[in-house]
Design a protein around this ligand. Sequence first.
Ligand SMILES: Cc1cc2nc3c(=O)[nH]c(=O)nc-3n(C[C@H](O)[C@H](O)[C@H](O)COP(=O)(O)OP(=O)(O)OC[C@H]3O[C@@H](n4cnc5c(N)ncnc54)[C@H](O)[C@@H]3O)c2cc1C
Length: 438
Amino acid sequence: MNQVPSLPLRRKLLLSLAAGATLASPAGLLAKPLYSKARIVILGAGAAGTAMANRLRRSLPSASITLIGARAQHHYQPGYTMIASGLWSPQKVLSNTGQWLSKGIDWLPEDVAVIDPLQQQLNLTNQQQIGYDLLVVATGCQLNYHQIDGFKPELIGQHGIGSVYAGPDGAKATSEQIDALITQGEGRALFTLSDTPIKCAGAPLKMTFTTLSRLEKSGQREQFQLDFFSPYHNRVFAVPTYNDFVLKRWQEQQVGFYDQRRLTGLDASAKRAWFQHSDGTIQQEDYDFIHVVPPMSASDVIRQSDLVWQNGSFANDWLEVDQYSLQHRRYPNVFGVGDVIGTPFGKTAASVKMQAPVAETNILAYLSGQPLTARYNGYTSCPLITSIGRAILSEFGYEGKLMPSFSFIDPTEESWLVWLMKEQMLQPAYNAMLHGKV
Ligand SMILES: Cc1cc2nc3c(=O)[nH]c(=O)nc-3n(C[C@H](O)[C@H](O)[C@H](O)COP(=O)(O)OP(=O)(O)OC[C@H]3O[C@@H](n4cnc5c(N)ncnc54)[C@H](O)[C@@H]3O)c2cc1C
């Protein structure tokens, strides 16, 4: 049964959200203007790039602010899960990139092709060359579907293949494939996880839970076998509290769990997938529906530049920044925000909300020759949907420390209230973040 919160509780929550308290924003970090003539260039016009452009436009009134990113449409990606669960239409997550940008931001609708941090020079896809004094990298995650043999993104929506990560249309096609599975009346659904860092690490789990809800609603749950394949040992989520919750719940719900198995290939027309076990052996699995989570990395343009981590677990794949200051570790005039950064946690929009004021404050300090004192604590959050109508507000930071924002929400309990946040309240909070207002 859903527990509907009391009216005072709901009022409290709404007030907190209106004040931007949810997704914990570091208080007091709305920067005072600095009068600098610096040429600031921001790469990537997604959640992080847009928020940074709007913030820096305000705090650096005499600097030039150039935003580079070819994507004309802005995607509210947290809504993809709702689309893939059959609850939202793709239109609900789409808007025009330009509508979010304050006056005075010079938006170039091109992608960056080459970054030369030594010369402080960029080449765009239209061959244009641009110099900068300070660079903000916010190019997000690249989906490396091509690393799965036999897989192409065009297969999503056919042969029982789904993937919530593949944009609004891919998410809709995923939902349709789940509908087709239910219509079939029986079958086996496989859910996978990649062994790279991924954005919204809860999304693959949410897809398993909402598919379960849809099967239960159809009245035919017992006709279907659901199996989750994880590349990790006894783990589907990095924070033990949530990992243990999910594994225990799946045991109760008779979801099969197979660990240390990484999806390496599939044959779409045969509906067959191959998983590599950590001991090197290959296992073949037949399915009626498969939810594919691609390996992810920073965009190739970052990986091919000297901005990428040179060693350690993020080497060759993610932007090298100090995990606290968000400043590049070797190029002090480069900062990173959003999914692109190689840090232990931080690939959610809620993380961007926390990172943007930290990066802004440190950029202003850098431009004024002051020490960089603002610190990002790894804050990461997403409502972990446990069924259609219930969710847990997972909030944590570096070292997996739980970081609850609300005294009246238990970070380990599922509730209808948190579902309501996900369904109705997070998008306005996200929009306020894009405007650089929280
Ligand atoms: C299925 C799903 C569910 C999610 N659920 C949640 C949730 O519940 N809560 C939450 O907080 N977060 C959630 N997220 C995560 C959240 O959407 C991301 O963390 C957030 O969008 C990151 O912002 P970003 O700007 O770093 O990346 P993006 O918003 O992806 O933007 C990156 C931008 O960079 C551009 N770009 C790429 N390469 C180049 C280039 N060479 N030159 C110029 N531009 C380039 C891209 O086109 C894009 O516009 C979810 C994500 C997904 C996919």
